[in-house]
Write a protein that binds this ligand. Sequence first.
Ligand SMILES: O=C(O)CCC(=O)C(=O)O
Length: 236
Amino acid sequence: MTGLTAPLVATDAELIWQQCLFAFEEPKVIDVAAGCSGLTRTWLDETSWVDYVPRWLSGADLVFAELVAKLPWRQREVTMYDRRVAEPRLTAWWGSTCGAPEPLPVLEEARAALTRHYSRPFDSIGFNLYRNGRDSVAWHADRERYFHEDPVVAILSTGAPRALHVRPKPSQGKGGPSLTWHIGQGDLLVMGGACQHDFEHCVPKAAHVEGPRLSIMFRHNMADWQPPDSGTYNQA
Ligand SMILES: O=C(O)CCC(=O)C(=O)O
């Protein structure tokens, strides 16, 4: 992706997360390995799965507010048909080699918990801010599939819930309806097995949303790779 636009500060009025902003519960993640985490695994086929843990993160509203204020948000450009257009969301990125700790201590805890549970070194974090229902991401599979056979991608959601759909890739010839999870407010969704090879996912535009949503994507073995044109968090 090219055509980086000027740094954005996410101060749009639509970013005021109305529901229970500043409830200020101390941010904390549940130990997914503890057996009482409420984790449900859905098998999409014999080799691909999605794990879901509702309210994995407590204090999600505070995490949302702090990340909106702290991260160097950018709006990238994407190719749609033969045109370059502004990506309908803002993004930022942190990697363990970028010389600064995670923007919030709870993200280090989350990364460590995921690393323990999934036995993968989660070492980079992508942040996506959906300011309103017009922001979205189209059907795609994550690029980790080019680097790892069975990448595990963990998405922690804060802010208002949005639908995330998962469906078989048309190229797989399997067809089949999409499955939907409504994720926000501290929910964790993890895609694993052959999910990035055989399935694709999206967050579609929505006519009605309760507020903005910020997704936090944990990736493993990706610290040396930096997404083009994403704002990198590297403040000590
Ligand atoms: O925001 C989400 O939940 C999904 C984002 C995503 O799939 C991506 O950025 O690759």
